[in-house]
Design a protein around this ligand. Structure first.
Ligand SMILES: Cc1cc2nc3c(=O)[nH]c(=O)nc-3n(C[C@H](O)[C@H](O)[C@H](O)COP(=O)(O)O)c2cc1C
Ligand SMILES: Nc1ncnc2c1ncn2[C@@H]1O[C@H](COP(=O)(O)OP(=O)(O)OP(=O)(O)O)[C@@H](O)[C@H]1O
Length: 307
């Protein structure tokens, strides 16, 4: 029997959008009230990936999902369950009684209006509520959160990110779309061209945003950050094959970041990726994009009263 008492949100939470946020805020309130640990259970593999056997590119890696839940909603324990054969075949009732209550010390559960769980998804909000009552633990079912008449969902936000509609995606997410990874070595051409870049590969299984150039913020693990202008794509000008890179030119920064972890926050797509007639033409365009990035963030600051 687990000793730690937890209030647990249930779901997959890809992208940690504002609908998920409604659940996670409730977890925070209840945990404070009950003096318990605010927690969430998510899975290492999207259930559809095992059931349909077709890979579904996700907004966030498991690491980014956990990080978003912690930073924006104060979730202390993000339990990343293995979605394996055992989990897939677990009857819905056992998921509550054995997995959540016995193994993870659940004293209160929070789920969304359409949450299905357990073998064949036979568990639903009503069954969850009734079982919690029987077990004497608390339960909240959160009604759906909408924006512009659209139910906020990871599926919808994935289509926005895939089309490069980053500002709209961020409105639905409630925070900037995020990719983080370790900085890898590039061809080292950037430094000679006058725009040194950090190269991040996209974690396996994570959705590639529409190819093109984005106004971004690059965040370091010590909490500091720099504006960045970032290309997502295959770099046709330098003929790099099919491999997709995420490559950011950090503004007002010098220093070595190889091997460090960076969180790239995407704000706005500035243009598509192009094949330039020369490296000089590419350099001039990148410099223009850097200025557009500064102007974009300056306008955001003015919009928020300069804070
Ligand atoms: C802001 C930005 C925009 C870029 N736009 C393009 C582009 O439109 N087409 C392209 O072929 N490469 C583009 N690149 C990639 C450059 O070709 C690449 O950064 C350069 O060759 C240096 O590569 P390295 O980091 O491997 O040294 C862009 C890079 C940055 C940082
Ligand atoms: N817009 C929303 N309003 C309220 N609750 C939500 C909303 N979207 C998801 N939830 C709840 O959050 C939890 C996690 O949901 P899930 O990870 O399936 O997200 P989703 O955005 O609905 O994903 P998908 O687009 O794949 O259906 C579930 O309990 C779900 O019911």
């Amino acid at each position: 029997m687990e000793e730690t008492r937890r209030v647990i949100a249930l779901g997959f939470f890809d992208g940690v959008h504002r609908g998920h946020g409604a659940l996670l805020c409730r977890v925070g309130e209840k945990a404070a009230e009950l003096d318990a640990v605010p927690a969430a259970v998510t899975f290492d593999t999207h259930p559809e990936n095992l059931i349909l056997r077709s890979p579904l590119p996700l907004l966030s890696s498991p690491h980014d999902r956990a990080d978003l839940m912690q930073r924006y909603y104060g979730i202390r324990d993000v339990i990343i369950a293995r979605f394996d054969e055992r989990m897939m075949h677990m009857p819905w009732r056992e998921f509550i009684t054995d997995y959540l209550v016995k193994e993870h010390g659940a004293i209160h559960l929070v789920a969304g209006h359409d949450f299905h769980f357990g073998y064949k998804g036979e568990g639903n909000p009503q069954r969850l509520r009734e079982t919690c009552e029987e077990l004497g633990i608390g339960c909240d079912i959160i009604p759906k959160v909408e924006q512009d008449g659209i139910t906020i969902s990871s599926t919808y936000i994935r289509t926005l990110v895939a089309q490069g509609e980053m500002e709209r995606a961020n409105e639905f997410l409630g925070h900037p779309h995020t990719l983080s990874n370790t900085v890898a070595h590039g061809k080292r051409l950037g430094s000679t061209l006058g725009f040194p870049t950090v190269n991040l590969s996209i974690p396996k299984g994570v959705l590639i945003p529409a190819h093109g150039v984005y106004a971004c913020r690059a965040c370091f693990s010590d909490g500091s950050s720099r504006l960045a202008v970032t290309n997502v794509g295959t770099r046709p000008t330098v003929d790099d094959g099919d491999r997709v890179n995420v490559e950011g030119f950090l503004l007002d920064f010098s220093g070595d970041l190889y091997g460090k972890t960076i969180r790239m926050e995407f704000y706005k797509r500035l243009r598509g990726e192009r094949k330039f007639p020369s490296l000089e033409a590419l350099r001039e365009e990148v410099m223009r994009n850097a200025e557009e990035t500064r102007a974009y963030f300056a306008s955001l600051e003015r919009g928020s009263g300069g804070s």
